[in-house]
Write a protein that binds this ligand. Structure first.
Ligand SMILES: O=C(O)CCC(=O)C(=O)O
Ligand SMILES: [Fe+2]
Length: 533
């Protein structure tokens, strides 16, 4: 699929150019063909007109008799040939092997991405459909047909609430376009069906009756009306089913399994904070903010005494810092170029099956780099050791990630939780720390956010975020829960390295006092909404 990374989207412009060239060439050939055909036809028309004015005189003339016979035999064959050759001009605009074509899944992916952006950044559908993002027109307006297809993609995904406003936009714009591939009654009947799925049976019925009045021949409309009437009367066997599926939807709406109601309440709170943080509308608790400071790290390594690192503390307990200017332009360019050909869809751990699978919770493309393969990669690894004072012996390979339209990573922990005890790939112990290099500035959106502590990190090219995922006891620190906000505009490139416990023993004496994984219940200071808005 191509909707998962920005770089793939750029390639689609080549595909689009191909389609433009193909169709242009087709139109030119066809225009020439039709011109010839018209000329031939004009000969017929003129002769016919003349003949009809004086039929006996025409038919009594042997030359006329000859030409008429010729027109309807040999000349007709020429016309037939001209008409047939039209199909020879037909181009198969979807069949080039050297360019990539998106798939129907990509349409769904892009529609869902827009929906996510709308939700997180509180975008207005009407503005979006006019090509306006946060008050600025960046793109051409969507046509009625675009809105209709967007709505349909969401409708088939069961996203009725999100489909409805797009259908309404399609209806509003219907008269603006001569190229609609649907009728007004099509869109109205879909609006009715969407209301039905949302449980508003009366509006569904009213809309369907309007469709019937407008176009009594509209397929299935009589049947729809019956279904809606039944639903209103309360004897609809589908209702119960749809309630059940709604509940399942909520249950499934997370990257991990939940065990209790308290967990669920906390999850909802995190979700709310996540969106607020993505918009940059929240601050860490004042008590934390007061004690943060910038400093230069010089003590870890002799090298750093010569070139100290700029460190900005972003949070304390868990300690989260930003190192500034720790990955350089040439390194970034190398990693980006090297990553593109080996990108594959990023995966997450599936708690049910224990496998790594692609998921709507993590939409990006990723590639992995071994220290051995390039001096640049090993130099970066060495720099991480210098920055953090930790051993790289058990670290994972460097991961390079690109996020596409609405690309994001839903809330998660980088360490494995107790629930994932069967997860077997952490032979070197849990992920003690995360280093996340920012390899691009993101025009809008794309922050890394920590919902439990109210921290947003907006990408700064060349900087790296660093945090410890575990308590001194080795238990996971639940306050490190974090997410990558969807990219609203621009391209987000990051690269991360996960460090593991084993091999850190001598560097980071471990506090053996056992701490429950749930230490979060000892509350972290409450984050606050920004007031200056
Ligand atoms: O891209 C980001 O901002 C965060 C990525 C992340 O959390 C991860 O890859 O584990
Ligand atoms: Fe992460």
């Amino acid at each position: 699929e191509v909707f998962t990374a920005q770089t793939d989207i750029e390639h689609l412009l080549e595909t689009q150019q191909r389609v433009i060239d193909d169709v242009n060439e087709y139109i030119a050939l066809e225009e020439k063909r039709l011109m010839t055909l018209k000329k031939r036809l004009n000969v017929y028309k003129e002769e016919h007109e003349k003949a009809m004015k004086d039929i006996p005189n025409f038919s009594g003339n042997p030359i006329n008799a000859f030409t008429l016979i010729k027109r309807l035999t040999t000349d007709l064959e020429l016309i037939q040939k001209d008409m047939d050759s039209g199909s020879a001009n037909i181009k198969n605009v979807t069949k080039h092997n050297d360019v990539k074509y998106p798939t129907p899944e990509d349409v769904i992916g892009a529609a869902v991405a827009l929906m996510r952006l709308k939700q997180v950044y509180k975008l207005d559908i009407k503005e979006l459909s006019e090509g306006i993002l946060n008050g600025v027109a960046y793109s051409t307006p969507l046509t009625a047909g675009d809105c209709y297809d967007l709505g349909l993609a969401l409708y088939f995904e069961g996203e009725n609430e999100n489909a409805l406003p797009w259908f309404e936009e399609a209806q509003r714009k219907y008269k603006d376009s001569e190229l609609n591939h649907f009728s007004e009654s099509d869109i109205m009947s879909l609006i009715g069906a969407t209301h039905y799925h949302l449980g508003d049976y009366n509006t569904a019925l009213k809309t369907a009756i309007n469709v019937l009045t407008m176009n009594p021949m509209h397929p299935n409309i009589a049947n729809d009306i019956q279904i809606y009437q039944k639903a209103i009367a309360g004897d609809d066997e589908n209702i119960e089913e749809s309630e059940v599926s709604k509940k399942n939807e909520i249950e499934n709406n997370s990257t991990e399994t939940r065990t209790s109601d308290a967990d669920y309440i906390e999850y909802l709170e995190d979700e709310k904070n996540y969106e607020i943080l993505c918009r940059g509308e929240m601050d860490v608790a004042p008590v934390i903010a007061k004690s943060l400071y910038c400093r230069y790290v010089t003590e870890n390594h002799p090298f750093l005494r010569l070139a100290p690192l700029k460190v900005e503390f972003k949070y304390l307990q868990p300690d989260i810092v930003i190192f500034h200017d720790v990955i350089y332009e040439a390194e970034i360019q190398f990693l980006q170029e090297a990553a593109k050909p080996r990108f594959s869809r990023a995966v997450i751990y599936d708690h049910e099956t224990g496998e790594m699978v692609p998921s709507k919770y993590r939409i990006s493309k990723a590639a992995w780099f071994d220290d051995e393969e390039s001096e640049i990669v090993s130099r970066i690894t060495q720099r991480i050791a210098d920055m953090t004072g930790l051993s790289m012996e058990t670290a994972e390979n460097l991961q390079v990630v690109n996020y596409g339209i609405g690309g994001h990573y839903a809330q998660h922990y980088d360490f494995t939780t107790k629930d994932d005890a069967d997860k077997d790939d952490f032979e070197n112990g849990n992920r003690i720390a995360t280093v996340l290099f920012y390899m691009s500035e993101v025009t809008q959106g794309g922050a890394t956010v920590f919902p439990k502590i109210g921290l947003s990190l907006f990408p700064i090219k060349g900087a790296a975020a660093f945090w410890l995922n575990l308590h001194p006891s080795g238990e996971g620190d639940l306050a490190t829960r974090h997410a990558a906000c969807p990219v609203l505009r621009g391209s987000k490139w990051v690269s991360n390295k996960w460090l593991h416990i084993h091999s850190q023993e001598f560097l980071r004496p471990c506090n053996l006092e056992y701490q429950e994984e749930g230490i979060l219940r000892k509350p972290v200071p409450k984050p606050v909404l920004k007031t200056s808005r």
